[in-house]
Design a protein around this ligand. Structure first.
Ligand SMILES: [Zn+2]
Length: 73
């Protein structure tokens, strides 16, 4: 009757852990969407698929339009 080898705790080197963490980190960084205007990486929180630059431009354009509307009235 063979003796079962004593189960040893899994030895995970720090290097493997760091690699795994780096892989997870880089995956989470990679944006899923691209900016629909300029094609660069969209802001991670963006619901409009716009990068932060285009989002700012859009917001400033809205403000300009509002000011022009107010001025024409
Ligand atoms: Zn953009």
């Amino acid at each position: 009757m063979k003796k079962k080898p004593k189960e040893e705790p899994p030895v995970i080197s720090k290097e493997i852990i760091q690699r795994a963490k780096a892989a997870i980190f880089s995956d989470s960084i990679t944006p899923v969407t691209k900016c629909t205007v300029c094609g660069s990486d969209a802001a991670p929180n963006s619901t409009e698929s716009l990068c932060w630059v285009c989002r700012r431009l859009k917001i400033s354009a809205w403000r300009d339009a509002d000011q022009q509307m107010a001025a024409s009235e």
